[in-house]
Design a protein around this ligand. Structure first.
Ligand SMILES: O=P(O)(O)OC[C@H]1O[C@H](O[C@H]2O[C@H](CO)[C@@H](O)[C@H](O)[C@H]2O)[C@H](O)[C@@H](O)[C@@H]1O
Length: 374
């Protein structure tokens, strides 16, 4: 059983280790094989079938990894190309309509409620680029997010290490949940909307700190093992790791998968998930972006509130955990950022970060107009 270190500092700035009642019970590691549990929990049916084959071992197992790597790389459609209005996409868009085209509906759902905003970073606030160290956010996007945080409690929820995502966003008035929500920190600067938050304003949370030395060790091993594969890049996200294959030639994906598989086989306490041309390695603890969303709502004093409208915007498989939480609560909306039809628990969709910016901008404008009307 893994131990959770939950560090919460209250308004008197006391920092201590606490058990969060209900939280503790849900933090046990899954009793099923880690890799399959992780992948099975995050991917759509065809990929699930592919991953069944991971259990068959040997060469077939790596082939299945590579098939899965291909299947989870939806950016194969060039971002500048106009969208092919296929039947599949048309029916998908009916099920997940554009959040921009439905702004009025979203605004009307927020009547009498406090909007709370959760934003993923890569592919949501910044466009996907080849080099993860250069995934900068535009100045205009930063201004829009700053404005959002003026009126709505706002958190960035990212797979990145918290410090790294902060270095991109650079807004001190936001909450940051890094490493897929395993590392949460409150704003260093208070914004106007802080008055609305009733609960713990100075929350600091870390899940799985006991894995930090292991993650560091695996990082070094993976850097070494993948150094002969051109384009492979291992990113240390503190509580988790990313093995990027965006710049690796497809014919070398099998070699990369094999290296990762060999390394991971020595660490059964770590599991694998997949993102956009990235293999993500993290502890087998039951903590994800959905749990981070619930944790933040609780620490803001909104755990059982019917007077909030949570909105979560994200583009990745890992964001599905948060979309699922909103569906289960029957509260708020998940918005998937995607140009291609994908199985999702989100309610609405947006095509790319520029649409996210426009949506957020219009949301603030409309919300202000409505609140002035009283
Ligand atoms: O939760 P997120 O904020 O979306 O982070 C998920 C991963 O994002 C980054 O990788 C992705 O974006 C890169 C830059 O555009 C791109 O090169 C890469 O192919 C994408 O997978 C980040 O580098 C990872 O560590 C995050 O896990």
């Amino acid at each position: 059983m893994t131990k959770q270190n939950v560090l919460v500092s209250d308004c008197t700035s006391r920092i201590g280790m606490v058990g969060l009642g209900g939280w503790k019970a849900s933090l046990l590691p899954p009793a099923i094989p880690e890799t399959l549990a992780a992948l099975g929990g995050h991917i759509s049916m065809p990929q699930k079938k592919l991953l069944k084959r991971l259990e068959t071992g040997g060469g077939a197992r790596v082939t299945a990894w590579v098939d899965s790597m291909r299947a989870s790389s939806p950016t194969r459609i060039k971002s500048t190309a106009s969208l092919p209005e296929t039947e599949e996409r048309s029916s998908w868009i009916l099920r997940h309509p554009s959040a921009l085209n439905n702004l009025e509906q979203i605004i009307s759902a927020s009547r009498g409620k406090q909007i709370v905003m959760f934003l993923d970073y890569d592919g949501t606030l910044s466009p996907i680029v080849q080099d993860p160290d250069r995934a900068f956010m535009s100045r205009e996007m930063r201004e829009v997010v700053r404005d959002v945080a003026r009126y709505f409690p706002t958190a960035i929820v990212s797979g990145r290490c918290r410090d790294k995502v902060y270095s991109f966003v650079r807004l001190a008035e936001l909450y940051y949940a890094g490493s897929h929500g395993m590392d949460i920190k409150a704003p260093s600067k208070r914004s106007k909307c802080h008055k609305m938050i009733q609960g713990n304003k100075k929350v600091i949370f870390q899940a799985g700190t006991e894995f930090l030395p292991m993650i560091d060790e695996v990082y070094k091993v993976l850097v070494n093992k993948t150094s002969s594969i051109p384009g492979a890049k291992v990113e240390n996200n503190k509580f988790c790791l990313s093995v990027h294959f965006r710049c690796v030639e497809e014919k070398r994906w099998a070699a990369l998968a094999e290296q990762v598989k060999v390394v991971l086989s020595a660490y059964p306490q770590l599991k694998l998930t997949q993102g956009r041309k990235v293999l993500e390695i993290r502890p087998t603890i039951k903590w994800d972006k959905g749990k981070a969303l619930e944790f933040l709502l609780e620490s803001w004093g909104y755990a059982n509130s019917n007077d909030i409208l949570p909105v979560y915007i994200g583009d990745d498989q890992t964001d599905e955990d948060a979309f699922k939480v909103l569906r289960a609560r029957g509260q708020g909306f998940g918005i998937l950022v995607s140009r291609v039809a994908k199985k999702t628990n989100a309610t609405y969709s947006l095509q790319e970060p520029s649409e996210v910016k426009e949506f957020l901008r219009q949301l603030v404008v409309e919300w202000k107009r409505l609140s002035l009307q009283g």
